[in-house]
Design a protein around this ligand. Sequence first.
Ligand code: BLA
Length: 514
Amino acid sequence: SLPGKAVDLTNCAKEPIHIPGAIQPHGVLFALHEPALTVAQVSANVADILGIEPELLLGRPLGNLLDATSLGLLTEALRSDRPQENNPFPVTVGSRAFDGIVHRHQGATLLELEPVRPMTEGEDGWSPQRLLQRALARLQAAENLRELCDTAAAEVRRLTGFERVTIYRFDEEDNGEVLSEDKLEGLDAYLGLHYPASDIPQQARRLYLLNWLRIIPDREYRPAPILPSLRPDNQQPLDLSFSVLRSVSPIHIEYMRNLGLRASMSISLVHGNKLWGLISCGNHSSPRYLSYELRAACELIGRITAQLIGARQEREKQELRQKLRGLQERLVGAMRAEEEEALAGLVKQPEELLGLVGASGAAVFREGRCWTVGRVPPESAIEGLVEWLRETVKEGLFHTRALPGLYPPAETFKEVASGLLAVSLPKPAPDYVLWFRPEVIQTVNWGGDPTKPVEREGQELRLHPRRSFELWKEVVRSTSPPWTPAEVEAAADLRRYAIEVDLGHQVLREQKAV
Ligand code: BLA
């Protein structure tokens, strides 16, 4: 509980989840001092897992604990600037076998040991290597985004045995949507559901950009504290951003409990240094432990999937750019062909003018005169709108998908113009090109009420993630489909060309006058 503090979602986003001071206890963590490899910090569960009290290890060389071969492999890995490339390497302590996982971060050297788990054989008795090979081939054969995501979900599920695997994509506002799902029969379907951005706060997203796989094998774990709690060298908390055992935010644990999730794993889908989405895996009925190697295979599937998604998006963007360039050229030609009013030329190419930004109507407004094409509001309404733009919008370009929310008179013509994209041409009183998009009433299926992401407990001000994930339908009105960045850019380009052509015309007029 957080007595006396105002509790809201901003606090939630401020929880420093990279320095929880504890780990999940399915392995042990050592912070080492190089080059002697003395133990600076160790997780308290070392007594449970290795049978040695932490006090006997702190300040002493790790060599007392590991056998010579294991120590040799660790030392070898640490010769590199990127020791993590050697993960996992075999470590034996007494008669027990572990996966050794090492990395450096912020001047600390972290070694994590996880008990070796046999790679389970997948369905058909195939080895994980063969399953991985087949998965990659299938991903590469996918013909479109839907097939690619369906394949990724199915193959990760095949490889890991999680009860549910979903492909979760983020929109511009960081809300998530379940695009694909592969699950055990009998479980509720999440396919098509949306979840609010606050379900995964910013600092967690930042970590998932750094570290592409996160596993919580059993939400009912008891955190093992790191001893001592601060780094002896700088009295700072130990940064676990890249640790595989990092303990989980208690709020997220409660979220999992509310959702009935016992175990979860997320694989980041990163493209262009942006978190496009997650491959999100869940187990409801039991904990789920996976070996490091199996996790690495999943990470590889995530990497390939994200790359294929990225390549597809780039290709689509290129094709669109090509198409827009053609439209742009014809529009510029039409403006040049006009003797006087460059802008008036635009309405002589109605298909190009609308196609350029995917609008259903457009208006050119110049010195009190108005030309229109397609579905547009009444002329008096356009005049009012232009008046409003002159007063409120100082930039040369403006766009919204929800005009009535900003400009209430638009309520009366929202059926044709819930979406507005406008460019102005600098004049004493600016001219405008306006594009319109109709209202598209949309139903968004949310997994629980997105306006109540948290619940409070009585007077005590305890913050809980929501308890209900029941389907919650939101009907979005007075809104058009969004203007894409490519469309906005095309409008900005047209504005630049229009200004150029206009200037050209002015020069010509002045030359004639001389
Ligand atoms: C993390 N929240 C996460 C993660 C997911 C979700 C996938 C990544 C970690 C993981 O794989 O478990 C959300 N999980 C979902 C969603 C579904 C799902 C949407 O299965 C849909 C079916 N969460 C809240 C609120 C807060 C919050 C209100 O709902 C904060 C006040 C926090 N979520 C939160 C935090 C993390 C998180 C802090 C990071 C956990 C960590 O990595 O330590």
